[in-house]
Design a protein around this ligand. Structure first.
Ligand code: GTP
Ligand code: SPV
Ligand code: MN
Length: 591
C-alpha cells in the first residue's frame, strides 16, 4: 500500500486535512492503490473499460443505446436499508424517534471494525464532488472515498465531480467526508452511518443507490438538513419544476413526494392535449432533492444539488414520461433491469412492443419466477440530456419558489388536491403526510406510514426540531410560497387509480398557479381549500360521478379519524413538538 497518498499536484495547505484523512483511511482499509478522481473523460473511459472487462458493467445495444451499460447488483443489495441507517448525534434526543441512533464513539468503533483491511486487493478512489452548480453560493462540497468503480461512474453523473470540485474545496477549506466500501455485500455486515457534528458519513456493505452514492441522500439530505437547520435554510426531498404559462411567465414549484411516488415524473411532465397547443410547458430543474434559502426579497430560492437523475425504471414509457425516455437514449447506466434478445434494456411498463429474454438477475426471463426488472431498478443519467432541462437549472442564485406541494400514495380518504390556509397550516399538512411504502427501501410494500415532508428516511435530526425549523421561516418580510397537498394515487372500489395522473397532473398545477395569483375559486373545508367544482379543467378526462366525489370531496368522518391518528403521531415526539404546531392540530380537529 502506498504510504503517502499521491495528492494532486499543487495541493495547497487547505488540502492538508483532506490528504491526512485519505492517509488515515488508507491505513485502516489497506487498499492496493489510491486513485484521485479528476472527473475527466479519459478517466471515465478507463474505469468503464475495467468494469466491462470484469463484468461489473455489460454494454447494451450500441445502435439503439449508445454509450449505455447494464449493472446487476448483488441480489441482496437492491434498495436503501432504513433499519441499518443510523444518525449518530452525541445526544439520542437530537436524532429523534424518526431515526435509528447509536452514540458516535460506539458507532465509529462498530463500523471501523468492518472497514479494517476491507480494501485489500482493491483500488481506493477519492472523489471530490460539489452538490449544486459549481459557482453557486448555495452549493456544498464533499469527498467520497470508495472501493467501487461503479460508484465512481455514478457519482460522475450525479454530481459535479473531479478537478473543479477539488478547487472549490481548496478555496472553502470545508467538505463533508464520506467513506464507503462495498465490503462483502453481506446484509449482516451493512451500515449507513451519519455523524452530522463531524460532517462525516460512513457506509459499509452496500453498493446500491442512496446507500452508496453518498452525495445524494447521505450528504444532500441527512447531513445537509442538519446544517440547514443551524444556518437557516432547508434541504428537502423535493423535485423542482418551472411551469411556463401561455403568457410566457414561469412559476417555480417544489414538491415533496416519498420515494417512488412520482417526483421524476412530475418534474418532466408533458402537458396534455389542449394545454400543449395553448403554450403550457414544464421545465425540469431537479427530480429528487431541493436546497432552499430566503433571498433578499423574502422569497425562497431553490437549487437542485444534483447533476443527474437516479430514476425509477419500471413504469417509464413513451406514454407516461417521454422526456425521461428521451433522456435515457444514450450515456446511461441501467441498474437491475431486464434485457431483450438484441440487448436493449427492458422493464415492466416500458410498453414498447419488445419482450425481455433475460431478467435482472441475469437468468432466463420467466414471469412466474420474478419480474424482468427489479421494482427498484433505476437509470443514472446526466440532467443535461433531458429535453425539458431548464435554462435556469444551473443558475447560481437558484429559482424563486411560488408553491410547495406535499403528496403521498393514498388509496383512500385524501382528495386529489387541497391548499393549506397559511404557512403554519402548511407545515402541519407536511408533518401529517402519510404514504404507502414502495420498493425504494427494503421491507414490506404498500403499508401506510407517516412520512412527514417525504423526509422520514432522510431527516438528519429530530422531526420535532425539524417542524420548528420549518415554522421559523414565517417571519416579517418573508414572501413564503403557498402550500398544497396532492394525491395522484386515490383508488376506486375496483382497486384502480381514479385519476389518470402523469401529464394530466398539469391540470392541478395550473389551478395552484391561479390560486397563487388569486384568480381561482375554492371551497373552504377543515383540511384547507378544495377546488370549487369546474375550477379544475377536466375536459377530456373521463371521471364517473363517484370518482369525482372521491377526488374532489371532503369525507368528514374519515378525516376525523385521520386527525385523531395525527394527534397520536405528534404525541410520539413529546413536549419537543412546537406549541404552534400542536395548537394548529387542535384547531383543525375541533372544526
Ligand atoms: P424516487 O426516485 O424513489 O425518489 O422516486 P420518485 O418520487 O421520483 O418517483 P417516480 O416519478 O420515479 O415514480 C415512481 C412510480 O410512480 C413509477 O412507477 C411511476 O410510473 C408512478 N407514477 C408517477 N407519477 C404517477 C401518477 O401521476 N399517477 C400514477 N398512477 N402513477 C404515477
Ligand atoms: C429514493 O429512494 O428516494 C431515491 C433512490 O431517490 S435512492 O438514491 O436509493 O435513495
Ligand atoms: Mn428520492
Amino acid at each position: 500500500m502506498p504510504a503517502t497518498p499521491p495528492a494532486p499536484a499543487g495541493a495547497g495547505s487547505t488540502l492538508q486535512a483532506l490528504t491526512d484523512w485519505v492517509a488515515e483511511v488508507a491505513a485502516l482499509t489497506r487498499p492496493d492503490a489510491i486513485h484521485w478522481c479528476d472527473g475527466s473523460d479519459a478517466e471515465n473511459a478507463a474505469l468503464v473499460a475495467r468494469m466491462e472487462a470484469d463484468g461489473t458493467l455489460v454494454r447494451l445495444n450500441e445502435q439503439t443505446h449508445p454509450h449505455s451499460w447494464l449493472h446487476r447488483s448483488h441480489p441482496d443489495d437492491v434498495a436503501r436499508v432504513e433499519h441499518l441507517t443510523l444518525v449518530c448525534t452525541p445526544q439520542r434526543e437530537d436524532a429523534g424517534p424518526n431515526n435509528h441512533w447509536l452514540a458516535p464513539a460506539e458507532a465509529h468503533a462498530k463500523i471501523d471494525a468492518l472497514f479494517d483491511g476491507c480494501m485489500r486487493g482493491r483500488t481506493m478512489y477519492v472523489i471530490p464532488y460539489c452538490m449544486g452548480p459549481i459557482d453557486s453560493p448555495l452549493s456544498r462540497c464533499g469527498v467520497e472515498i470508495t472501493d467501487s468503480p461503479y460508484v465512481v461512474a455514478n457519482m460522475r453523473i450525479m454530481t459535479r465531480m473531479g478537478a473543479p470540485a477539488l478547487a472549490r474545496i481548496e478555496r472553502e477549506g470545508r467538505f463533508v467526508k464520506g467513506l464507503h466500501s462495498i465490503g462483502e455485500l453481506d446484509p449482516e455486515r451493512r451500515f449507513i452511518m451519519h455523524f452530522p457534528e463531524e460532517l462525516t458519513i460512513k457506509s459499509y456493505g452496500s453498493g446500491y443507490g442512496g446507500n452508496a452514492l453518498l452525495g445524494k441522500k447521505c450528504h444532500a439530505l441527512r447531513i445537509a438538513s442538519y446544517q440547514a437547520r443551524r444556518e437557516g435554510w432547508l434541504a428537502e426531498h423535493m423535485l423542482i419544476l418551472g411551469l411556463e404559462t401561455p403568457r410566457g411567465e414561469t412559476h417555480y414549484i417544489a414538491a415533496a413526494f416519498p420515494s417512488a411516488c412520482g417526483k421524476t415524473n412530475l418534474a418532466m411532465l408533458i402537458p396534455p392535449e389542449g394545454y400543449r397547443e395553448a403554450g403550457w410547458k414544464i421545465w425540469t430543474i431537479g427530480d429528487d432533492i431541493c436546497w432552499m434559502r430566503p433571498g433578499a426579497d423574502g422569497r425562497l430560492y431553490a437549487i437542485n444539488p444534483e447533476a443527474g437523475f437516479f430514476g425509477v425504471a419500471p413504469g417509464t414509457s413513451r406514454k407516461s414520461n417521454p422526456n425521461a425516455l428521451a433522456t435515457i437514449q444514450s450515456h446511461t447506466i441501467f441498474t437491475n433491469v431486464g434485457v431483450t434478445a438484441d440487448n436493449q434494456p427492458w422493464w415492466e411498463g416500458i410498453d414498447n412492443g419488445q419482450q425481455p429474454v433475460v431478467d435482472w438477475r441475469g437468468q432466463p426471463y420467466d414471469p412466474a419466477v420474478r419480474p424482468a426488472a427489479h421494482p427498484n431498478s433505476r437509470f443514472t443519467v446526466s440532467a443535461r440530456r433531458c429535453p425539458s432541462y431548464s435554462d435556469q437549472a444551473e443558475a447560481p442564485q437558484g429559482v424563486p419558489i411560488s408553491a410547495i406541494v406535499f403528496g403521498g400514495r393514498r388509496a383512500t380518504l385524501v382528495p386529489l388536491v387541497f391548499e393549506a390556509r397559511d404557512w403554519t397550516h402548511g407545515v402541519l399538512v407536511g408533518a401529517a403526510m402519510g404514504s404507502e411504502t414502495t420498493a425504494a427501501a427494503t421491507g414490506q410494500v404498500g403499508v401506510l406510514r407517516r412520512d412527514p415532508m417525504a423526509m422520514k428516511p432522510f431527516c438528519g435530526y429530530n422531526f420535532a426540531d425539524y417542524f420548528a425549523h420549518w415554522l421559523s421561516f414565517d417571519q416579517p418580510g418573508a414572501q413564503l410560497p403557498k402550500v398544497f397537498h396532492v394525491n395522484w394515487f386515490r383508488k376506486g372500489a375496483d382497486g384502480k387509480f381514479l385519476w389518470p395522473g402523469f401529464g394530466d397532473n398539469l391540470r392541478v398545477l395550473e389551478w395552484m398557479i391561479r390560486r397563487v395569483q388569486g384568480t381561482a375559486g375554492a371551497v373552504e373545508t377543515p383540511i384547507g381549500a378544495l377546488p370549487r367544482p369546474g375550477e379544475i379543467d377536466l375536459e377530456g378526462v373521463a371521471l364517473t360521478p363517484e370518482a369525482q366525489e372521491a377526488l374532489f370531496g371532503f369525507d368528514r368522518e374519515g378525516w376525523c379519524r385521520e386527525f385523531g391518528s395525527l394527534a397520536e403521531y405528534l404525541a410520539e415526539y413529546g413536549p419537543r413538538i412546537p406549541e404552534a404546531l400542536r395548537a394548529e392540530q387542535q384547531r383543525i380537529a375541533a372544526q
